[in-house]
Design a protein around this ligand. Structure first.
Ligand code: PXG
Length: 455
């Protein structure tokens, strides 16, 4: 960039003018934001030159790693040819059409169409409207309610925050909006009591059935869940959970929506999270790994069941964004997917680096402050515990997670904490040596917790 003010001034400029998402601005301004300047592979560098291993792939999104010149080149070339045109009113562009085709080549038999958005949140709002429209066209306009889960994350728009199960978000802005109901999450460690994980998986899945009985399935449009909850703490459901959910949705005739924003594009060692768990959603929002975050783009995968009704019977769907299918974002996403294919990154996660990461992550379970270390592919959740034997948790979970996270950051490792769970979600390109470094640094932070915290 030309005309950059000295870096020393940037934090002050930022504090004066920039309001950040999910941040206590008073605290942040007092401290000054860390300025991230450049990145390469799995590493980011701040303005002091400090290097960090980013085991979180930005925000669960940089699946192909940083510094991919070919994605920059694809965007640059597209910007010179056609920087923008819309996909409303009878037009399309080559990148948008080809990207839709490319995505459909990885989705299995029934999810053959895509509606483009700019983000996961917009994808949430999009499927939410689609689901209601679908039932209305089928002559069931009363099927409008949506069942979601506590502690889920589906974005920050009004529908996204409402469908999400985050209490703190609901308290800001009088949410959830009407027509949304939440059931419990499959978080065995904290909520499973004396049940085995398998028993607990069935029990929470059957809460969907009970909720349908209570609301009347003739009033319910859909159930939505992340295959693995991300922001909620990498909550990996027991194996019994998804088959039962899929069975109930089918038996009770409601749409099943899989939020693939984090699980999509290779993270679980499959192209999509529902493929890992072996079920078929009717709708599936995507974003993040679709472009590895190089440019904003998201979308909704639409099954034939829903798409056929929308295409053949609806007429206009009065919905869309100026930048739906933006040609430059689409060109970047196409190149991103080409890289995933060419380098076999999905297979690498399934057969090679995923199993390596799983063993390394699991090894942390021998640590006295760790209750459970679980992972699938390259997503890991580490439960901190005050007492392993009884699954007793620390009294102030947020403080504990923050303490471990801050220690990691000081040591040059970026991980995320949700309460007392440490979360990892590195680029699919991470090497074995880099996985070892993540584990060493995290273990060091766990030692710090063990040595420093008196209950
Ligand atoms: N669904 C899921 C499952 C997500 O994880 C969204 C939808 C919304 O996507 P957009 O592109 O609108 O942000 C997300 C986003 C965190 C964190 O702290 C997670 C997300 C976003 C910001 C922070 O873990 N996930």
């Amino acid at each position: 960039m030309t005309d950059m003010p000295p870096l020393s001034n940037l934090a002050a400029i930022d504090a004066a003018h920039h309001l950040h998402p999910f941040s206590d601005m008073k605290q942040l301004n007092a401290k000054g934001a860390r300025i991230i300047q450049r990145a390469e592979g799995v590493h980011i560098f701040d303005s002091t030159g400090k290097k960090y291993l980013d085991a979180f792939a930005g925000l669960w999104c940089v699946n192909v790693g940083y510094g991919r010149k070919s994605i920059a080149d694809a965007a640059y070339a597209q910007m010179q040819d056609l920087p923008y045109y819309n996909t409303f009113f009878g037009t399309t562009t080559a990148p948008a059409a080809l990207l839709a085709q490319k995505i459909a080549s990885h989705t299995g038999e029934k999810l053959k169409r895509v509606f483009f958005t700019n983000s996961g949140s917009e994808a949430t709002d999009t499927w939410f409207r689609m689901a209601r429209v679908y039932w209305k066209v089928l002559g069931k306009p009363e099927k409008t309610l949506v069942i979601a889960r506590k502690n889920a994350y589906h974005g920050s728009t009004v529908a996204g925050a409402s469908l999400g199960g985050m209490k703190l978000m609901h308290e800001q802005g009088n949410l959830p909006i009407e027509g949304i109901h939440h059931i419990n999450q499959p978080y065995w460690y904290a909520e499973g009591g004396d049940l085995s994980p398998a028993e607990f998986g069935l029990k929470v899945a059957r809460e969907l059935e009970a909720k349908l009985d209570e609301l009347g399935e003739e009033c319910v449009a859909a159930f939505v869940a992340e295959p693995i909850q991300g922001a909620g703490g990498v909550i990996i459901p027991p194996e019994t959970y998804w088959p039962e959910i899929a069975r109930i949705c089918k038996a009770r005739n409601i749409l099943l929506v899989a939020d693939e924003v984090i699980c999509g594009f290779g993270r679980l060692g499959t192209w999509f999270g529902h493929q890992y768990y072996g079920f078929e959603p009717d709708l599936a929002p995507i974003a993040k790994g679709l472009s590895s975050g190089y440019l904003p783009i998201g979308g909704v995968l639409v099954s034939d069941r829903v798409a056929d009704v929308m295409v053949e019977e609806l007429g206009d769907f009065y919905h869309g964004f100026t930048y739906s299918g933006h040609p430059v974002s689409a060109a970047a996403a196409l190149e991103n997917i080409r890289i995933i294919e060419e380098e076999g990154l999905v297979e690498r996660v399934r057969d090679d680096i995923g199993p390596y990461f799983a063993a390394a992550w699991k090894s942390l379970e021998d640590h006295v402050v760790v209750g459970q270390a679980e992972s699938v592919g390259l997503i890991g959740g580490l439960q901190l515990a005050a007492d392993k034997a009884t699954r007793r948790r620390y009294a102030k979970p947020d403080d504990i997670g923050t303490l471990v996270r801050n220690h990691c950051i000081e040591n040059g490792l970026i991980l995320r904490a949700t309460g007392d769970r440490m979360l990892a979600s590195p680029a699919l390109t991470i090497s074995r040596a880099e996985v070892d470094e993540v584990i060493d640094k995290l273990r060091n932070a766990l030692d710090h917790l063990r040595d420093g915290v008196r209950e």
